[in-house]
Design a binder for this molecule. Structure first.
Ligand SMILES: [Zn+2]
Length: 235
């Protein structure tokens, strides 16, 4: 309790890890941290006890290492995405780009846009029906209309050539469009993953903050009670 008294009167305290002096609001009591985090700090700094004070900066560093160890334990390795989220978490910035899939849309070339359009048209009922109409017309013209002088008589060899050329061209266009779609999907899911991981880390941190807040409130309450008892005794 002696340390606590000096803390509230002085309004400053010393960080156990870096030894610098900070305002009490910038310091955290080791006892209010999550047990695992506390254990990790105690392992490194032998003198750490429940009453030790730790500054924001050092706490952020330890928290990052703690989360890193946690992720490594769960997944066996830390991916580049995890590292990015950890970085943003430590610095408190937003690195998750909400517009990542939109960025790919802007970066597309003319050829890619044409490929998308062609693939979209090729996969529509409009295409199937109009193509069917062309086929029927071609055959009808050669069987009925131009029976005297057909440009592509009965087994329709020229039509066959046109159809195979069309198929040969359509396949790579569809593949191009699919690859771009995959890129977009990958970016979107990477983005989702980072958002989720970040949210999980933030929730963990919130838990800690609430624990910290409750411990502080409890202390204040005990202090108030002490004052009240002293007042009562004086009467
Ligand atoms: Zn410190």
């Amino acid at each position: 309790m002696g340390k606590h008294a000096s803390q509230t009167t002085g309004r400053t305290g010393q960080c156990l890890i870096c030894g610098r002096t900070f305002a009490v609001s910038k310091l955290h009591k080791a006892g209010t941290l999550r047990p695992h985090l506390f254990e990790m700090i105690a392992e490194e700094v032998k003198t750490c006890s429940a009453d030790s004070l730790i500054c924001d900066e050092d706490l952020a560093r330890f928290r990052r290492r703690y989360v890193e160890a946690l992720l490594e334990e769960e997944r066996g390795e830390i991916t580049e995405l995890d590292a990015r989220v950890l970085d943003s978490f430590e610095k408190g910035t937003l690195t998750v780009q909400a517009g990542a899939p939109a960025a790919i849309d802007q970066a597309e070339t003319f050829g890619e846009r044409v490929a998308d359009r062609v693939a979209a048209f090729g996969g529509s009922w409009t295409f199937i029906l109009s193509f069917l109409a062309v086929l029927v017309l071609w055959m009808a013209l050669n069987v009925v209309g131009l029976s005297t002088d057909p440009f592509d008589p009965y087994p329709f060899i020229l039509l066959n050539l046109v159809l195979s050329s069309l198929a040969a061209l359509q396949a790579p266009v569809i593949m191009m469009s699919q690859r771009r779609q995959e890129d977009k999907d990958r970016l979107r899911s990477e983005n989702d993953y980072m958002v989720n991981l970040r949210a999980e880390l933030e929730i963990r941190q919130l838990h800690e903050k609430i624990d910290h807040q409750m411990a502080k409130q409890w202390e204040r309450l005990a202090e108030l009670q002490q004052i009240q008892i002293e007042l009562l005794e004086k009467r």
